[in-house]
Design a protein around this ligand. Structure first.
Ligand code: AMX
Length: 404
């Protein structure tokens, strides 16, 4: 209760389960399974996130035709209301991209079919005890709309902050979700699009207790619509111990390069890591609340790097850090998992393809996280799960309970 409820089982989440030793399985499928079994784009080798969403919602592997239909469906739903575009275009350039992202998602709730249906009057005696299919359907429609709109919101933020702000171009309904996203961001290369397909697939879901997934579930349990629930989750993802760690890793690597040069010895690297720890800071990208082995999401990004950018200097540094950090964290005697997590690797891949704006990285994580958290939210409402309200105790009450 004082330790962040670590290990306490209190949630049911169907979409994925995290094994401490093996890592994530989406509806029973590991990341290598998904890479093998989910449909790919024509000429592509990485799984399409559309297929993963299908799997998370239904529990079944989709066919190619089902995935293509989902890509088209999301193209159709991608438009933003003008007030959200105006709002995005008026944000000051010093407002963090995650704040812009979350605020825009909140404002998108003007489009919520669930909120409208609710306002039109579902009888209060029917909130919970009737398994009201209409509620689940509205949540499904809102979730589909929101997922479709997120790349447009995210790309608008990117163009406004780091490019000329002249707009993101039109959605092309012959392209998949990731390909449209990369071209809206202003990137055209096939390899970057492949990276985005992989990235958006593997960041989607990590069972139910992590900060972003739990928040979406909790806020949704108050019958806040999917836009409000997901925006709340994004505010949690923006924390440095959670999703913001991918930004922090790059800040850390750049600082390291500035102090030690682009190439350094293991000895100097060790000193730098100890200095970081002694100054009371964490090594970002390492450790996990549940995992006890190297994160398979790290491993598949490393494999992508070995295939496409084996000689990149920053990748080599990330590999050197991978060798040096775990024994040091073990030596501290308190870190339960000294191995790298997903965030230790994602930034170096993005940098290689020219996306150097590290403050933006968590927004990409957020676009992906919609797939898992909204798939779960659809099921929460389909099952008519009640408002979440665990009991808390005071220290005084606890002491009495244990007879002190
Ligand atoms: N560097 C330095 N110290 C670390 C550490 C790291 N990478 N990971 C854990 N520790 C420390 C903790 O701060 C804690 O110290 P304390 O007792 O002085 O407070 C001690 O080791 C025990 O912590 P733990 O039980 O191993 O981890 P946890 O479950 O409390 O926290 C996590 C997990 C991820 C917050 C932690 O490992 C961490 O801060 N890592 C760095 C940030 C990071 O990479 N976050 C991303 C996680 C993945 C994600 O959500 N995207």
């Amino acid at each position: 209760m004082y330790g962040g409820m670590r290990g306490i089982k209190g949630l049911v989440t169907e979409t994925s389960v995290l094994d401490p030793e093996e890592g994530i399985r989406f509806r029973g499928y590991s990341i290598p399974d998904c890479q093998k079994l989910l449909p790919k784009a024509k000429g592509g080798e990485e799984p399409l996130p559309e297929g993963l969403f299908w799997l998370l919602v239904t529990g079944d592997l989709p066919t190619e035709a089902q995935v293509r239909a989902l890509s088209k469906e999301w193209c159709k739903r991608a438009g933003l209301p003008s007030h959200v575009v105006t709002m995005l275009n008026n944000f000051p350039s010093n407002l963090h991209p995650m704040s812009q992202f979350s605020a825009a998602i909140t404002a998108l709730n003007s489009e919520s079919k669930f909120a409208k249906a609710y306002a039109d009057g579902v009888h209060k005696t029917k909130y919970w005890e009737v398994r009201d299919e209409t509620i689940a359907e509205y949540v499904y429609e809102d979730s589909m709309d929101l997922i479709a709109k997120l790349p447009v919101v995210a790309a608008t933020i990117y163009r406004n902050m780091y490019r000329d702000g002249k707009g993101i171009g039109a959605i092309d309904n012959s392209k998949d979700w990731s390909a449209n996203f990369t071209s809206m961001l202003g990137y055209e290369g096939h390899e970057f699009t492949e990276l985005m397909r992989l990235y958006l697939t593997i960041h989607s879901d990590h069972e139910g207790g992590n900060v972003s997934a739990h928040t979406v579930h909790l806020v949704g349990s108050a019958l806040s619509d999917p836009y409000l629930s997901f925006a709340a989750g994004m505010n949690g993802l923006a924390g440095p111990l959670h999703g913001l760690a991918n930004q922090e890793v790059l800040v850390f690597l750049r600082k390291l390069q500035k102090e030690l040069g682009e190439e350094t010895t293991d000895e100097k690297l060790k000193e730098f890591i100890w200095k970081t720890l002694k100054s009371g800071q964490v090594v970002p990208g390492y450790g996990h609340a549940v995992l006890r082995k190297t994160d398979p999401r790290y491993v598949c990004q490393r494999e992508f790097a070995l295939k496409h950018l084996p000689n990149d200097k920053l990748f080599k540094l990330v590999s050197q850090v991978f060798k040096v950090v775990p024994p040091i964290l073990l030596e501290t005697g308190k870190v339960k998992n000294p191995w790298p997590n997903v965030d230790a690797h994602s930034g170096v891949l993005l940098q290689y393809y020219g996306m150097k704006e590290m403050n933006y990285y968590t927004v990409l994580f957020g676009v992906s996280r919609a797939l898992g958290t909204l798939a779960s939210l659809i099921w929460d409402r389909a099952l008519g799960l009640p408002i979440e309200r665990p009991k808390s105790m005071s220290t005084d009450g606890l002491m009495k309970l244990v007879g002190k």
